[in-house]
Design a protein around this ligand. Structure first.
Ligand code: GLU
Length: 609
């Protein structure tokens, strides 16, 4: 099945192929040989998919489209300050080959007109002509994702006839803008213009710029990401000769065209468009190229000044600790304390890219919460990227929280990858307002503990001595409990030991007397997920009393643990010999289960809300 995008491009290509206006460039004799019927369109995405139609493998020379690419090389080789001193960034409004230099300094207006481009070529690093050419070819090849070469005939043809460019080069030397032999810069300039590409290459070059300088197919870097903004800026303001204002108005994409018939347009972060059609209008832009870009931008809604609203909110779920708790099971007293004070801790489960516009609503929600939050838990599980601005905003939030006794808990942060810079942004004096937890659940538990401590919650007892004090025995007659004592076995486990293993027969219930146990399941990708953490006075493995069957989860000792176990046969004996006790145990069990069910229903509602 062909993609609707492919169908769309084919239809567009058929429609625009009927346009026969324009002339191929003739001022370089060799360019006059181009076939005006040649016509290709290609779109490459930042995921590296390429949609192409028509003559997308017909070679042509890159010409002026080399200018922004070599500008990037110069930025890498000399740094921004040096390059900016040599070439300006103002649109000139003059023809591409005008000899327009700033009156006082002789500095060319911008790197997209020939004067600026020749000055830019003089900045490429390399001790010899060959080295400088190799440097430029390597960069352009990285953009295209394949080794590119030069059309010698076009190069010779332009070198022989490029008197105007030669004049520009010598003017630049006169003003000391070009500081070495101008013939060297001109040689490189003529060669860079003669690099052979096809329409598919050009789409990938554009997609590489859209992708922050990394070729989306090869994964190789063509230019450092910090220079992509400057490159796209000069393309946006000077990319299509003295048609640029009209272009931005109608197409709204940073672009560059060349007299070889190519034109590329970039939608940062999304895609690159390339068109090849060598018949040019009077300004030197491909007639069908302009038309195709204008139509594609309009049909696909790509104008960069009409950006779509972010379609998904950064906050995928938000709830307080009053609504949703950690997996640690708690006493009734603790539960009611948390129900009362839990609203002081709010969780924000975040998703997508964090940058100014997407972190702003999160900051707003935290800072302007009508009930001042004591704890803000930010979960990063589904955050894909955090940019510098968002990192600084987060650091500032933490600073603000520190000043007011508030606390930020970051969970599931892939440090190094996501928040490498946070540590350097945070004033060490504020670091106490921040903690990291590897799991969201542990972050919740951390806040619960802090809230309980603050509101005088008693710690769940770490041990009970007698079965009579166990929750399951509440309300049972002392002589019944004494009888139960004779039926249970005592089990002791070391931290890390499995008391119950998923899949084993469910043959006994466990009364937890001392220590902590987590009920866990193995995750498919390795590691474990905890379903609950239990402390003394609680029980697990209850299914044994009713259904039998297999264990649905494992139980792991987190600390040294003492348990009493009651097996199925012993419980069957209870049912006949001490029915009141059996009923009491089942009642207490049911009560606990109902509490859990009520809490889970509330949590589901909070997550869906
Ligand atoms: N080689 C061409 C020149 O400098 C490049 C022109 C262009 O593509 O704009 O004359």
């Amino acid at each position: 099945m062909t993609s609707p995008i492919q169908d769309y491009l084919e239809r567009l290509h058929r429609e625009l192929a009927g346009i026969t206006d324009g002339q191929v460039a003739t001022y370089i004799p060799e360019l006059a040989k181009a076939d005006p019927a040649g016509f290709g369109i290609a779109i490459a995405t930042v995921d590296g998919r390429v949609y192409e139609v028509g003559s997308t493998h017909m070679p042509f020379t890159i010409q002026s489209i080399s200018k922004p690419l070599v500008y990037g090389v110069a930025l890498e080789d000399r740094g921004v300050d040096h390059v900016r001193r040599t070439v300006g960034v103002e649109p000139s409004g003059d023809a591409f080959n005008s000899i327009s230099l700033e009156p006082e300094t002789g500095r060319p207006m911008n790197p997209m007109i020939n004067a600026g481009a020749i000055a830019t070529s003089s900045l490429v690093a390399g001790a010899t002509r060959e080295q400088r050419l190799a440097r430029v070819l390597a960069a352009m090849s990285a953009y295209a994702g394949r080794a590119l070469g030069i059309d010698e005939a076009v190069f010779e043809s332009e070198r022989a006839t490029g008197h105007r460019n030669r004049a520009i080069g010598h003017m630049l030397r006169n003003y000391d803008i070009v500081t070495e032999d101008p013939e060297e810069a001109l040689d490189l300039y003529f060669r860079q213009c003669s690099v052979l590409i096809d329409c598919r290459d050009l789409a990938l070059m554009a997609a590489t710029l859209a992708n922050g300088g990394t070729n989306p197919v090869t994964g190789a870097s063509a230019v450092r990401s910090e220079f992509v903004g400057p490159i796209l800026s000069v393309m946006a303001t000077c990319g299509v000769y003295d048609f640029t204002g009209e272009w931005v108005y109608r197409v709204g994409l940073p672009a560059k065209s060349g007299v070889g018939g190519g034109i590329m347009a970039v939608l940062p972060g999304q895609l690159g468009i390339a068109v090849y059609s060598p018949a040019l209008d009077e300004r030197g832009n491909s007639v069908r190229g302009v038309k195709a870009c204008e139509t594609i931008s309009r049909d696909l809604g790509l104008h960069f000044l009409q950006p779509p609203r972010a379609s998904v909110s950064t906050v995928r779920a938000s709830y307080t600790l009053a609504e949703l708790r950690s997996k640690r099971r708690r006493s009734a007293a603790e539960n009611s304390l948390l129900a009362e004070h839990g609203a002081a801790a709010r969780v924000f489960e975040l998703q997508g890219d964090l940058r100014f516009a997407t972190i702003e609503p999160v900051l707003h929600a935290i800072v302007d919460d009508p009930r001042p939050l004591q704890f803000a838990v930010l979960d990063f599980k589904r955050v894909s990227h955090v940019d510098g601005a968002a990192t600084r905003m987060l650091a500032a939030l933490i600073g603000r929280c520190a000043g007011r006794g508030q606390h930020v808990v970051l969970t599931r942060v892939r440090r190094g990858e996501l928040l490498a810079a946070l540590d350097t942004e945070i004033d060490p004096r504020n670091a106490r307002a921040l903690s990291f937890q590897p799991q969201l659940d542990l972050g919740l538990e951390w806040c619960e503990r802090a809230l309980l401590a603050q509101h005088g919650g008693t710690h769940a007892s770490s041990a009970i001595d007698r079965l009579a004090d166990h929750r399951l025995c509440e309300g049972a007659a002392p002589e019944d409990v004494a009888f139960l004592e004779t039926l249970v076995s005592r089990v002791q486990s070391e931290p890390g030991a499995l008391l119950v293993r998923r899949g084993d027969p469910a043959d006994a219930i466990y009364f937890l007397m001392r220590g902590e146990v987590s009920v866990v399941v193995d995750l498919p990708g390795g590691g474990q997920k905890r379903l609950s953490t239990l402390s003394a006075g609680m029980s697990f493995g209850e299914m044994a009393l009713l259904a039998g069957g297999q264990r649905s989860a494992s139980a792991r000792a987190d600390t040294p643990v003492d348990c009493c176990t009651l097996d199925r046969e012993a419980f069957a004996r209870l049912e006949t010999e001490r029915p009141a006790l059996a009923l009491r145990l089942l009642r207490n069990l049911l009560q606990g289960t109902l509490q859990t069910a009520v809490q889970l229903t509330g949590e589901v509602a909070a997550l869906e809300g």
